[in-house]
Design a protein around this ligand. Structure first.
Ligand code: NAI
Ligand code: MG
Length: 491
């Protein structure tokens, strides 16, 4: 039966490149722009306004005003929810355009981008529903007092996001922040500034009052650092590299800001001989190659039980060689370019390290073509736990196959990492599955599946993969302050 392939979307028009402060599109105080690229060709798409400390300051002031006075400060919770529902609807109505923008600027295949957009709408709706369900408690205390708690917004929230899922990361951050009544200053990634700008327009259209959502594009070391340092920002929510998180945590200490971090991983994906091997091969392939490996949960340490190692790896290699790389806007493309030359070079450097340290390169390992930043799906076999390719986050289409023999052995090796974002196990043995789920140090564990992440389920890392949780009810805790009110009763 012929599969129907969705059509190629029209090339998106860039409406907006400026900063969004107080619901107005403005130029940076000191001027200045940066170029943003199409990673499939290396060509410049647009010049985007580059914000600096002075712009962050203006945005924080607008966010503070909106928090303390004006319609947002007195809006009832149900109406905040309605605004988020409205935005979710606008995302769905403009999904084709947003997906095309995401694909053009970030190199994501149009199929994956369309999937992201549905996920974005789901996330905004999920948190829209929470807005009027965030409740305090009454607490029985000693003496003639009434004690109750209020959950109030943390305040002005600085949100710094990466380029691998630009709109999804935006939704994960706007959703709970706005649901809880905070105001936001967001700094999108410098690689992918465009889709957030379009979302800024949609937020105004949805009816968010001035100052509630502010967007400052620019670089991490300038705009990002200024947001972290700003004394009137109450909290930072960050997704990105662990080394950047360390810098942010040090800087945030100056003002004792609240900070939550969603960082990378080196996630173990464990295949037992008793698994459904068809499912496991497909799952392991998807786990590493989804979005070209540019995924914090990428299943980059692939533990395969010795008994099925040879047949498993052979099938994985066949699939990797058949993967269709190309123009991400072409609906038949399976893998687009890496996001930037920097990322491509980092990946190729790790391929060199893998070879130099004695891992066996089974397939891939090279750049594809000389235009755009494409890297072949790559498989290393006979990888040892100490090698760089088994320890470091590569963030590309490179998987390390690590053979194992016993369940206790593989649990220990799976945990032998500074990361703890996600883990997966493929087996039909319910005892092994539950033992692994209990023992593995990771914020998310998948059994016979991979990368199943919903707006409703808490997501975040153990160890150096992060602090705090996004998604689900868990995120609300990080976007509210808990206040105890005690009233003397004269009864
Ligand atoms: P990054 O951590 O430098 O960038 C993420 C965000 O942080 C961007 O918006 C950036 O402008 C901002 N930023 C950078 N330095 C900052 C600073 N000093 N203060 C405040 N904000 C700052 O990550 P980058 O350089 O884009 O990618 C490097 C590696 O990070 C990747 O190869 C990958 O290993 C990892 N990464 C992990 C992600 C995840 O989903 N957990 C997402 C993106 C990258
Ligand atoms: Mg960086």
């Amino acid at each position: 039966m012929a599969q129907t392939v969705a059509a190629r979307p029209p090339t998106p028009v860039i409406h907006q490149t400026r900063l969004l402060i107080n619901n107005e599109w403005v130029d940076p105080v000191e001027g200045g722009t940066f170029e943003t690229y199409n990673p499939a060709t290396g060509e410049v798409i647009a010049e985007v306004a580059a914000g600096n400390a002075a712009d962050i300051d203006r945005a924080v002031k607008a966010a503070r005003r909106a928090l303390e006075s004006g319609p947002w400060s007195t809006m009832n919770a149900a109406d905040r929810g309605r605004l988020l529902y409205e935005l979710a609807g606008l995302v769905e109505r403009n999904a084709e355009e947003l997906a095309a923008l995401e694909s053009l600027n970030g190199g994501k295949t149009i199929g994956d981008a369309r999937g992201d957009l549905q996920w974005v709408a789901n996330t905004l709706r999920y948190y829209a529903g929470w807005a009027d369900k965030i409740e305090g408690r009454t607490i029985p205390v000693r003496g003639d007092f009434l004690s109750y708690t209020l959950r109030q917004p943390v305040g002005v929230v600085g949100q710094i996001i990466p380029w691998n899922f630009p709109l999804l990361m935006l939704a994960w951050k706007w959703g709970p922040a706005l649901s809880c009544g905070n105001t936001v200053v967001m700094k999108p990634a410098e690689q992918t500034p465009l889709s957030a700008l379009r979302m800024g327009e949609l937020a105004i259209e949805a009816g968010f009052p001035a100052g509630v959502i502010n967007l400052i594009n620019g670089f991490g070391e300038t705009a990002g650092a200024a947001l972290v340092a700003h004394p009137d920002v109450d909290k930072i929510a960050f997704t990105g590299h662990v080394d950047t998180a360390k810098i942010i945590q040090r800087q945030a200490a100056e003002t004792l800001k609240r900070a939550t971090f969603e960082l990378g991983g080196k996630s173990p994906n464990v295949i037992f001989a008793d698994a459904d091997l068809d499912d496991a091969v497909t799952g392991a392939f998807h786990a590493i190659y989804f979005h070209g490996g540019q995924c914090c949960t990428a299943g980059s340490r692939l533990f395969v039980e010795q008994k099925v190692h040879d047949v498993f790896v052979e099938r994985l290699v066949d699939k990797a060689r058949a993967r269709r790389l190309g123009d991400p806007l072409d609906p038949s493309t399976e893998q687009g370019p890496q996001v930037s030359r920097e990322q491509m070079d980092k990946i190729l450097h790790y391929v060199d390290l893998g070879k130099a340290q004695g891992a066996k390169l089974l397939t891939g390992g090279d750049r594809v073509g000389d235009r755009g930043f494409f890297v072949e799906p790559t498989i290393f076999d006979d990888v040892k736990d100490h090698m760089a390719i088994a320890r470091d986050e590569i963030f590309g289409p490179v998987v390390s196959v690590l053979p194992f023999q016993k369940v206790e052995e593989v649990i220990e090796r799976a945990n032998n990492t500074s990361y703890g974002l996600a883990a997966a196990i493929w087996t039909k043995d319910i005892d092994k599955a539950h033992l692994f789920a209990r023992k593995v140090k990771a914020g998310t564990v998948w059994v016979n599946c991979y990368n199943v992440v919903d707006a409703n389920t808490p997501f975040g890392g153990f160890k150096m993969s992060g602090q705090g949780r996004e998604n689900g009810e868990a995120a609300l805790e990080h976007y509210t302050e808990l206040k105890t009110v005690t009233v003397k009763l004269n009864g």
